[in-house]
Design a protein. Sequence first.
Length: 148
Amino acid sequence: MPDDYCDLCDLPLSTCVHGMPAAPTPPPTPARAVRETTRSPRAPRSPRAQAKVAAPAAPTRRAPRRWTRPEDLVPHIVAVLEEAGRELDSDDLFTALEQRLADELLEGDRQLTPEGELRWRYAARRARQSMISDGVMSKGAPGIWSLR
């Protein structure tokens, strides 16, 4: 009975890792025989022939837009500011812009961003930042959107 248990871990030899025999080594895989080819070597291709072999570029697919890009709002923002005398309070601008874009806004534009803001308003604010960096708008006072 003392031979049935491992001296190192006190487990039965049938379940002990010390008493189990090592796994057999797998037999070596036979080396593949190299076949000799009977074809004659090809002549080098000319650059013109290589150009014809190149695969055509895959066509790019565009997914339908879920919301309006900020770049698409720039002309509308400029038009609203022009009509208002080149300067407008941000709340008044958003109201006028919403009326102007009522038919053009996508369904996703009316959804909220993770921060809780309407997506089209967020896009308009990003458009304003790009117009300020391009020199179309001036930064001015907080809450006031004005053209240069």
